[in-house]
Design a protein around this ligand. Structure first.
Ligand code: DX5
Ligand code: ZN
Length: 229
């Protein structure tokens, strides 16, 4: 697949959903111990948009108290994300990503996220076409292509999402846009490289990262041996 290279260095965003929820601090400290990891992915679930519940703003705020360095990439899998962007911004999120399929006025939610001082992300479920986010590509700093059905970690990568990544990378290039292109779900050293070939630059990994025998090797396998990160 002809790759439209990303303008961004590759970043890994470990998903703390895969950590021990009775001691998320341990998972946070594992991520924080591995510079050059810069991003932490926080999966917020409402049991309605997705059939699972995870954690809320208080957990994010407590994690932020513990770590001021990591970039908090907050993924709202909520039916009404507009109602919660302020709480997650105040909790310390750096970026707030909302689903295009959720029940909200997308332009208004993106405006609100920006007003709150956070970067803006739009997420697409596996069966949602790239066209669904086209109207807002110039209003976001990140597009998230879900590579599993949202709700649970540890699922298998859905390879039919690869063409959508390439399409979005092409749109980014054609329109001179600069959003990061992120993937999320079933990302490991093998699937990450398939996504990178499609122009992806930001990789969420929960299970594969936390289960890796050698985190440093995992990071370099996904992001390349970039010294400058
Ligand atoms: C699923 C979440 C993903 C998930 C990734 O709804 O959005 O971030 O935690 O988990 P793995 O990497 O375990 O597939
Ligand atoms: Zn996620």
């Amino acid at each position: 697949m002809a790759a439209i290279a990303s303008p961004h260095p590759r970043f890994l965003a470990p998903s703390i959903l895969a950590g021990d929820h009775a001691q998320l601090i341990e998972a946070l400290d594992t991520v924080a111990a591995h510079f050059p990891i810069r991003w932490l992915h926080l999966d917020i679930m409402d049991g309605h948009f997705v059939p699972n519940l995870s954690f809320g703003p208080q957990t994010v705020a407590d994690l932020r108290k513990r770590n001021k360095r990591l970039f908090f990439d907050t993924h709202l899998m909520l039916s009404h994300p507009d109602k919660y962007v302020e709480a997650f911004a105040q909790a310390g999120s750096d970026l707030i990503c909302v689903h295009v399929e959720a029940d909200h006025d997308i332009a208004s939610t993106l405006h609100k996220i920006r007003e709150l001082g956070c970067l803006r992300g739009l997420a697409l479920n596996p069966d949602t076409p790239a066209a669904a986010v086209e109207p807002w590509l110039d209003q976001v700093e990140l597009v998230l292509v879900m590579t599993v059905w949202p709700g649970f970690g540890g699922q298998s990568f859905i390879s039919s999402t690869l063409p959508k990544m390439a399409e979005l990378a092409q749109l980014r290039s054609d329109r001179g846009l600069n959003f990061r292109l992120e993937v999320d779900g079933g990302i490991n050293t093998e699937t990450a490289l398939k996504c990178a070939d499609c122009g992806v630059d930001t990789f969420v990994a929960g299970t594969a990262f936390f289960r890796a025998a050698n985190h440093r090797q995992f990071i370099e396998a996904v992001c390349g041996p970039q010294a400058d990160y």
